[in-house]
Design a protein around this ligand. Structure first.
Ligand code: HEM
Length: 433
């Protein structure tokens, strides 16, 4: 079906987001076209509110696509950063509702000048559960020893510079950054469009530093599988348990007040040597992960959500979940009880010439594909960092995986209507000046 341009005063959501919207659309298009609407678009008409106590896109069940973008701040003025965050807030709230980035951007015949309006590639598309999740990197607080915005004193202790982990092969162009935005949506065009609008809004104040797309199965139906073919996310802490989320994900009284109800995000771009993995027999793959490939059950158990028995031994006295299996080394029980909420996406970026790190040290053009790992936690110093140190040193999965991109970001709490992202940070800085 050809895209339909909504009239200027009617948002995309006004057309597609509600039953009432569909009724308007039906009236505007005539019965023959309207009847085609739901079937013509396989995506989601649903929207996720942008405003709230927490940012969306953290506990939100993972949408099918992500477009993750990291920005470098170009301006030296605090006022520019505030203006940018105000504008990003307004644009994001509209995009999440399925509206164009700027009011009145679309005209019925699509003839509007796209600048300063919306670039237009989502005209006719529903909101697709778009979420935009923002993070503040170490560079917002100080960069190369310079406190550009008078914010150095507000840097949370938990926003540490990540240490170097064993085996890291970080690509400078895929690492670090001052501000992060993760767009997630059930349509890749909606996710891309959102980042594009935010990048346009940043002209003169911030510019793209690196980006990465990702995709996943539908997490609302069952645990999606990663590119190793295993269910990924089975033993995540349950996002519907508020008390657990307060313990694991959300910053409480222990952080600076401006981070309360926010979270710390670590992102890692992890290449998986798929050609190497695909040559491994199934039982070896299962020993590496510590779970059955088909059911996702921990070794020795029947069902995906059965608890792993890390003490169990087989009749030969061998551990059922091997000593260096991924789920043993990453289990809370072996990491001081710490947990994190993983929200990973697979990525593929075509192919490249690669030299493998492990025997048979194959050199060939191979997929550049793997896991875009995201995790959220209240303090990375006690969760991601020690867990990844253990994994980086001992995990048998390391034969197949290489961390080549990285970032750490403080994701401030959600925004109340009328306010803007990170407002409490700038108020705290002003109060302490
Ligand atoms: C390419 C890299 C990785 C792959 C393919 C991968 C895959 C998996 C799979 C298949 C599981 C079992 C199912 C589940 O509970 O989700 C799992 C569990 C887990 N992974 Fe990873 N993972 C990777 C990297 C990491 C990293 C970097 C960390 C954190 C530092 C991590 C932390 C965990 C944790 C905490 C669990 C749950 C363990 C448990 O309590 O059972 N993973 N991962």
């Amino acid at each position: 079906m050809k895209p339909v341009n909504p009239p200027a005063e009617v948002s995309r959501r006004g057309f597609f987001g509600t039953a009432g919207g569909l009724a308007v659309a039906a009236g505007a298009l005539g019965p023959a076209q309207a009847a085609k609407l739901p079937a013509a678009h396989s995506g989601s008409v649903a929207s996720v509110p942008f405003h709230g106590p927490h940012q969306s896109g953290i506990l939100t069940p993972a949408q099918r696509h992500t477009y993750f973008a990291v920005f470098a701040l170009d301006s030296d003025k605090r006022a520019d950063v505030i203006a940018l965050l105000r504008q990003w807030t307004e644009v994001s709230a509209r995009l999440a509702r399925g509206e164009p980035a700027y009011p009145g951007s679309y005209t019925p015949d699509g003839s509007a000048d796209p600048l300063p309006g919306d670039s237009g590639e989502t005209m006719g598309l529903p909101p697709e559960n778009l979420t935009l999740t923002f993070g503040f990197g170490p560079g917002l607080f100080s960069k190369n020893g310079v406190d550009r915005y008078g914010l150095a004193g507000q840097r949370p202790a938990a926003l540490v510079d990540l240490p170097k982990f064993n085996g890291d092969q970080l690509i400078t162009e895929k690492t670090g950054g001052d501000l992060s935005v993760q767009a997630c949506a059930d349509d890749p065009q909606v996710a891309f469009h959102a980042i594009r609008q935010l990048a346009r809004a940043a002209y003169g104040k911030a510019s793209l530093q690196w980006t990465q797309t990702g995709f996943t199965g539908d997490s609302r139906k069952e645990t999606p599988r990663n590119l190793m073919g295993f269910k990924d996310g089975s033993n995540n802490p349950a996002t519907n348990q508020a008390a657990l989320m307060r313990n694991v994900v959300w910053v409480g009284n222990e952080g600076p007040a401006w981070m309360r109800d926010g979270s710390y995000m670590v992102v890692r771009r992890v290449r998986i040597a798929l050609e190497h993995w695909d040559r491994m027999p199934l039982d070896f793959q299962e020993q590496v992960v510590g779970r059955k490939k088909s059911s996702g059950a921990p070794l020795g158990k029947l069902h995906e959500h059965d608890a792993a028995d890390l003490e169990a031994v087989d009749p030969d006295g061998e551990l059922v979940v091997p000593e260096a299996a991924h789920i043993r080394l990453s289990a809370a029980a072996n990491n001081g009880g710490t947990q994190m909420l993983r929200r990973g996406y697979s990525y593929h970026d075509g192919s490249n010439f690669h030299s493998e790190r492990w025997p048979p040290w194959k050199q060939a053009v191979e997929f550049d594909a793997g896991l875009l790992f995201f995790c959220y936690q209240k303090d990375p110093r006690t969760s991601f960092i020690p867990t990844n140190h253990r994994l980086a040193g001992l995990d048998t999965m390391n034969q197949f995986t290489t961390h080549n991109g990285s970032g750490i970001f403080a994701c401030p709490p959600g925004v109340q209507a009328g306010s803007y992202l990170g407002a409490a940070l700038f108020e705290a800085a002003a109060a302490s000046a």
